[in-house]
Design a protein around this ligand. Sequence first.
Ligand SMILES: [Zn+2]
Length: 218
Amino acid sequence: MRLIFIGPPGVGKGTQAKLVKEYFGIVHLSTGDILREEISQVSPLGIKAKSYIDKGHLVPDNELLNIMSKRLNKEDAKKGYLLDGYPRTIPQAEGLDNFLDKMNHNINAVVSIELDDESIIKRLSSRRSCEGCGNITNLLFNPPKIEGTCDNCNGRLLQRSDDGKKVIIERLVVYNKQTAPLLKYYYKKELIMRIDGSGNIDNVLQLILKALRELCCV
Ligand SMILES: [Zn+2]
């Protein structure tokens, strides 16, 4: 099974990706992890990618595709994979499609986990991290026993600067602008599976599994 996961920040995409990966025994591939791996191996592709990142640039689409294709060709990806954070744009999606065509592969579904902006802002601005142990907690879902204090180490719970409301709104604007055309692209290919992300972790997982069962491949 080959899946693409799409979702705004704060929707729990990473958590769901991990659970779905375990359920089906496929690999979870995130662009960030793959880039870091390639760079740490000091491979020719990694060296190139690092030169862009060090200058504060994005890794160009063709380089990124080379890195992704190399990873998708590895043995452990043969059973299937779940792409998280890639593709992000239409040109990246087209590049991926070309690669898949050559391999005689196809994507089974694009899982789009959806939640309204207001709920996302509420969720993200309720996140606190401990200055002592780095533990992340959410005042909505798992509030600490003592207000403002970490359950693990009694450290102080603080809001990270990128969880401030203004920063969250900026991230959502970028996300919506970038992702809307991508959703349209996959919608035309009849691959989009829209998942309501408003429930708890298990509710959302069950929705994803049910949709995948109905769609195809389970
Ligand atoms: Zn702590």
